[in-house]
Design a protein around this ligand. Structure first.
Ligand SMILES: [Zn+2]
Length: 500
């Protein structure tokens, strides 16, 4: 299996290298050299991954330790934030666990000292991000930039250097399992076959930036790739997909779940050969329901804005850590290690690929459990399970007796992007009623935020065919789960409440 995949990955890269470097010139005459440079880096990293695959466990561990030591040394010498943060740790210490953890709020507060290139300034990056027309545009001619709002309520700004992008791309090429019946992946990506991404659009979000960047580099892919917005009414999206007929479809598991229901009801009529699921947790039940509806495999991917490719899914439903480029430490609420098999309170992430904005023992907030048994697929990379990394799909009363189903990510995008609210909790209290909690410093601020939310959500619900949904403002701050500390931002009626 590994041999087949490697062969395919290499064939894929060869084709991409030749076509994209030739076509890249036509596509973007000013930047042809950069595309060639990107492809060169990608080829180097892919070759490295291939060699890593041949190495034994001791060699892989040595490589990991070498990368950890290099990243720590780089952060200490080039990042003012880390120099200060590590002031109590011995200078030559390369033991990762001896270094204090960091949070997003801490890093964002010290952004200009956190990054290792003094040319990067937060206020300038924020101006760049505020312009949706500049999605995937190389920042300062070399960096890839994306943003995320996320559940912690502190918007993050992420800068990736060209080498990190090459590592992510190589990991994707080497580890993504194409459907064996789908034929040559090159034909699938670059030939007549169409690909589709359904995502939150209109902003510099990681998935969209990645996709647009690939389209800029590979014009042959761009011609057959289309991005669809999760914000539009489901019926409209279904019609567009029926028209586009993608063979490869990428989206969030909640969206794939909605589409699976549409496919079963024969309103959606597509025959994808591969589905990619990411951005939220995929349960075993989701995987089989979605796979059955479309008659193909669902490949999962675990990534975050802080690190694009943390783990890759295999055909057996396992998630495998990209352990030579990523360190994940599952920990309890006091940041003490949690043994394999047990769900953690949070997880500390170290991204060994990106040097310009070092992410070292970063509190990601996800609950994960490391696997205890080898995966039947035979991959040596450790397995993990991601617990509860998603909010609920809302089913709201629409005109007549019908219901509309709305994606949590779409609702969160409306509240974050249109109403400018980062920390909130929307709870369904009846089929046609929702209550909203907003974190605010004063009642006046809460009332103003609620007015913006009511306006933005009202408009969105109307577009979706549910204009009569009532929204009320609830006093108090959003409530995180007392055990896990996680904040669920969109909560649907429970099955029991629906029956009552
Ligand atoms: Zn596996």
């Amino acid at each position: 299996m590994t041999q087949v995949k490697l062969h395919r990955a290499r064939a894929f890269v060869d084709c991409m290298m030749i076509t994209a470097s030739a076509a890249g010139y036509r596509f973007d005459p000013w930047n042809w050299w950069r595309h060639t440079d990107d492809l060169w880096r990608w080829g180097v990293r892919l070759r490295e991954l291939w060699l890593e695959g041949l190495a034994d466990e001791a060699m892989r561990e040595a490589l990991r330790q070498q990368r950890i030591a290099a990243l720590l040394a780089h952060a200490r010498s080039r990042s003012g934030f880390y120099r200060e943060h590590y002031r109590d740790v011995a200078h030559d210490c390369t033991d990762l666990a001896s270094h204090p953890a960091v949070t997003r709020a801490q890093l964002m507060r010290h952004f200009d000292q956190w990054v290792t290139d003094p040319a990067l300034r937060l206020h300038e990056l924020q101006a760049f991000i505020a312009d949706p027309a500049r999605v995937a545009e190389p920042y300062l001619g070399r960096y890839t930039v994306w943003t995320s709002s996320g559940t912690t309520g502190v918007p993050g700004v992420y800068v990736q250097d060209p080498d990190a992008m090459a590592v992510y791309a190589a990991l994707l090429s080497a580890r993504f399992e194409f459907d064996p019946n789908a034929g040559d992946p090159w034909r699938m990506m670059g030939g007549a076959s169409r690909v589709a991404l359904i995502a939150a659009t209109g902003g510099h979000f990681a998935g969209v930036v990645w996709w647009e960047r690939m389209c800029r580099i590979h014009p042959a892919v761009a011609a057959n790739a289309r991005v669809f917005s999760i914000m539009q009414p489901l019926a409209q999206l279904v019609a567009q997909l029926n028209d586009w007929q993608p063979v490869f479809l990428a989206s969030y598991p909640t969206m794939l779940g909605l589409l699976a229901q549409e496919q079963r009801a024969a309103r959606l009529r597509i025959r994808p050969r591969s589905l990619w699921s990411g951005g939220e947790g995929l349960t075993g039940a989701d995987r089989s329901a979605i796979g059955e509806a479309f008659g193909c495999d669902v490949i999962e991917d675990y990534g975050a804005s802080e690190c694009m490719n943390i783990a890759f899914g295999c055909r057996h439903g396992g998630l495998h850590l990209n352990d030579t480029w990523v360190v994940l430490e599952p920990v309890d609420e006091h940041l003490r290690p949690v043994p394999p098999g047990q769900p953690s309170a949070t997880v500390l992430l170290t991204n060994l690929a990106n040097q310009v904005q070092p992410v070292i023992r970063y509190d990601l907030g996800d609950s994960i459990a490391l696997g205890t048994a080898p995966c039947p697929c035979g991959a040596r990379h450790p397995t993990l399970r991601v617990e509860g990394r998603r909010d609920d799909v809302l089913e709201l009363q629409a005109a007549g007796r019908s219901r509309v189903r709305l994606l949590p990510l779409a609702i969160e995008t409306v509240l974050e992007e249109e109403a400018g609210i980062a920390r909130f909790q929307l709870t369904q209290t009846a089929p046609d009623a929702l209550s909203l909690r907003i974190e605010a410093r004063s009642e006046r601020q809460r009332a103003a935020a609620f007015r913006r939310a009511a306006k933005a959500l009202g408009r969105y619900f109307e577009q979706q065919g549910a204009p009569a949904v009532r929204l009320s403002c609830e006093a108090g701050a959003p409530q995180a789960n007392p055990v896990s500390g996680k904040l669920r931002r969109v909560r649907a009626l429970s099955a029991a409440q629906r029956l009552a």
